[in-house]
Design a protein around this ligand. Sequence first.
Ligand code: AMP
Length: 398
Amino acid sequence: MNILVINCGSSSLKFQLLNMENESLMASGLVERIGIAGSQMILKTTDGEKHVVQTPMKDHSVALKIVLDALVDPAYSIIKDLKEIDAVGHRVVHAGEEYSQSVIINDEVIEAVEKCVELAPLHNPPNLLGINAIMELMPGVPNVAVFDTAFHQTMPPEAFIYPLPYEWYEDLKIRRYGFHGTSHKYVAEKAAQFLGKDIETLKIITCHLGNGSSITAVKYGKSVDTSMGFTPMEGLVMGTRVGFLDPAIITYLEKKTEYNLDQITHILNHNCGVLGISCISSDFRDLEDAASIGDYKAKLALEIFRRTVKKTIAGYAAVMGGVDVIVFTGGIGENSIVDRAGILNDLEFMGICIDEEKNNTRGVEKCISKDDCPVSILVIPTNEELAIAKDTKKLVEG
Ligand code: AMP
């Protein structure tokens, strides 16, 4: 079974075609600048070659048509006919409280995703554009929606209710939803497999640390708490997002500066986090380079990031009554030796002991805790596309 996985952003889309008999990648790529000047598709084939197609793409439908044409183009030897694609899996960011699992897309699902546009105005509209375009271009092929929020629907009310007037939850659906669910679920399951243990016996803390970062407490296979909230802005200090913040700062800023609320929200999303503190970059490699030559603000940004991650790990261990496994994933979690070490130092009192030598690793599945450490510390590269394809296969096979 061949499955196409689509992840649509507002002006970009990522895709992967996977052969699910052996879970191998047949092609992958990215379309950039959809609807703006300079649109291009970059297609990666299995021989490692990159092929760039530059042509105007006025919308997602045109972009997806170019992707599908490339997949069947004899020049790239990927597939001969679109009939070789058995199903399409779509990443959809927000399903509100509607879905706790992936679903085959029908009119009812589309309506539910449309209803959540006001909760995820940046993400759900392009996700819907992708779904509609594929339905138009590949009629009859089953589409599956895999939601970022679904895995966290198992959180108990004490984890998802904000201390606001309760009717704001009832009337406005203001609550913690959590995001990155596909990644947290994937790496938690992989961690249990890696250790040869049943996930239903494990207390796992999954740290997805990338440009956007979140941590989830996974108790016996279920998400019981997570750091992102009503939107993906809450929680850890991120590349450009602020994370936890005293809400009074927002009203103070509105009074004291020329910014209106929309502008402040934009700044909190795009100009804060480690970029805001360091005034250098949102990219952790740049910050680590700057910190290594003594830049004060870069060092401070990294310290603040590591401290919020550490506090969240310790808090989630408390919530679960212990922790058996800590998983690092995402660009930073998988690759940053100094950040993993900086986050976990001083946690030996909780049985968390990182092995300096084993930690000297990047981008591979590996245990990095000391041999006699009661808590297993694992690096597990995430693969959201494969997770989406697996769910799609399962649902389509019925
Ligand atoms: P993601 O959003 O998961 O793609 O992660 C992007 C983040 O991972 C960026 O901040 C990168 O700087 C960071 N990253 C990638 N490789 C490394 C590395 N070798 N060391 C430190 N950070 C890295």
